[in-house]
Design a protein around this ligand. Structure first.
Ligand code: ADP
Length: 484
């Protein structure tokens, strides 16, 4: 008799191609399909936000409607089913909560997000053929699932075997709200969950998941260790330390079809590791687009990023003047804090032909940046995983990173004695370490082209596909489901 597949419900507030606000959307869009198959029946649950394109909503089938209890409220929830590229998606529909222009950032987010978690659990009573063995929750938007499961559904037989895995994509966003909400919205006042959610004078959704989930994971092994320290732990480090035996880190992958220099339709010329002539054409085109001097011999350093402190922008603007006195070019593609946008405008006006700033979000242009650059800068303060460095390597653009989180786990620093490496890195969050590392990388480009070419080959040949990550998630599911 064939082995019965384990059932996994993958819960997230966003997933490509339906909803995307950040990296979580990419992960939730790619990973479930890689996990679904021989051993696991993986289905995905998402909110039916009004931003989802009509192309998909037209194909959804109404399955049923139910009422979701949320403290003293009872709220309507429609379940819409979509079969898309071999996967089953459940979309939870409530126009009062989800008919908004943006996914998050509203005054009633606490209630909207609590509703989503509660509705996921309520829905299971209507899916007799799919009581999950495991609910894989992602970030603070689904952090209340393990809490509600334990406190509100634990007495129901069909819920008793359900395990929960909680994956942290970014600890910076935890879902912190005034304490009064614990009774009025969550309906958890006076329960054992109350002290577990309390966080000073507030309540914290992620703290609840960190306590109640059967297992925790982050999106890189280094970040899993880092969140156990005070510097990175966002005042929850003590809780993560106490759960270290059930905390793993698995590096994200990238979409190797979307980011494929040999077939990418968004770049002016395609190229491969064995024929980089197209890359030279991409560089010349990018220099032209950005108003930089069109020169193959000068290293072109770029940054494709949100312009925020997390991404190390303060380090960059601190050293940029000195760095631009070298024979280098620097260009930034990004939007973010006004002060950094202002600084980048300033540097491009003071160093015309050497420095450029494209202060916008432009997916097509980002491909041209990845393809046309020599070095990609990512001096992050913290980086749960980071995708840009992996995309850059695929396009033969060597990352210059700070050794933190996923950057540390994905970029192998250059070793001048062995020639090994896929990029350059520095350890401390220090502007002069960044400057020194950047200067060394630029110098290698100018003066040792063979060594630079060797690194480029290593970077382009590295495997950052989802297949490798998916194998690790499968192993984690296996471990978790095997435990009693
Ligand atoms: P984070 O999710 O913290 O912003 P990541 O490195 O994980 O950082 O992912 C950033 C993604 O967003 C990458 O795919 C990157 O190419 C893309 N990106 C960032 N800024 C821009 C921009 N201005 N235009 C186009 N794409 C961008």
């Amino acid at each position: 008799m064939p082995k019965k597949k384990k059932r996994i419900l993958f819960a997230a507030f966003e997933a490509v191609p339906f909803i995307k606000t950040g990296g979580l959307g990419d992960v939730a869009g790619a990973l479930p399909a890689m996990l679904n198959g021989k051993d696991y029946d993986v289905r995905v649950v998402l909110p039916k936000l009004s931003s989802i394109s009509k192309e998909y909503t037209d194909q959804m089938e109404h399955f049923t409607s139910l009422e979701v209890p949320l403290a003293w409220r009872k709220q309507y929830c429609g379940i819409e089913i979509l079969h898309y590229q071999g996967l089953t998606y459940y979309f939870l529909d409530n126009e009062y909560y989800f008919r908004r222009d943006r996914a998050y950032g509203y005054g009633d987010d606490c209630e909207r997000i609590a509703f989503f978690s509660k509705a996921i659990l309520e829905m299971l009573q209507y899916l007799p053929d799919f009581i999950p063995d495991l609910i894989h929750c992602n970030d603070w938007h689904t952090a209340l699932v393990p809490v509600f499961l334990h406190e509100h559904y634990g007495h129901l037989t069909q819920y008793q075997g359900i395990k929960t895995l909680f994956t942290i994509h970014n600890l910076k966003f935890q879902g912190i709200y005034p304490k009064a909400n614990i009774g009025d919205i969550l309906g958890l006042g006076g329960t054992p969950a109350e002290p577990q959610l309390e966080y000073g004078d507030t309540i914290n959704f992620m703290k609840g998941a960190a306590y109640y989930a059967d297992w925790l994971s982050t999106v890189s092994p280094s970040y899993a260790q880092e969140i156990c320290t005070e510097y990175y732990g966002e005042r929850l480090d003590w809780l993560f330390r106490s759960r270290q035996g059930r905390l793993s880190g698995i590096l994200n992958g990238i979409d190797t079809k979307e980011y494929d220099p040999s077939a990418d339709p968004l770049i002016p010329a395609n190229f491969t590791v064995d024929d980089l002539s197209g890359k030279a054409a991409c560089k010349a085109a990018l220099q032209q687009t950005l108003g930089l001097e069109v020169r193959p011999d000068v290293p072109l350093v770029t940054m494709i990023s949100r312009l925020t402190e997390q991404k190390g922008m303060d380090l960059l603007v601190f050293i940029l003047d000195e760095f631009l006195h070298e024979d280098v070019q620097v260009a930034v593609l990004g939007v973010g804090d006004e002060r950094y946008e202002h600084d980048m405008r300033y540097f491009s006006s003071v160093f015309p032909g050497k420095c450029a700033a494209a202060l916008k979000f432009d997916a097509a242009l980002s491909h041209q940046f990845y393809a046309g650059s020599d070095l990609l800068l990512m001096p992050s303060q913290f980086e749960p995983c980071g995708l840009s460095q992996m995309i850059a390597m695929r396009y033969g653009t060597l990352p210059v990173v700070r050794e933190t989180g996923g950057l540390k786990d994905s970029v192998k620093p250059y070793n001048r004695y062995t020639g090994e490496g896929t990029g350059f890195s520095f350890a401390n969050y220090n502007a002069h370490e960044l400057l020194f590392t950047l200067k060394a990388a630029a110098q290698l480009y100018r003066e040792e082209p063979d060594a630079f070419a060797g690194l480029r080959r290593n970077a382009m040949e590295a495997d950052f596909s989802w297949a490798a990550s998916a194998e690790q998630y499968k192993a984690l599911y296996h471990t978790l489901l095997a435990k009693g």
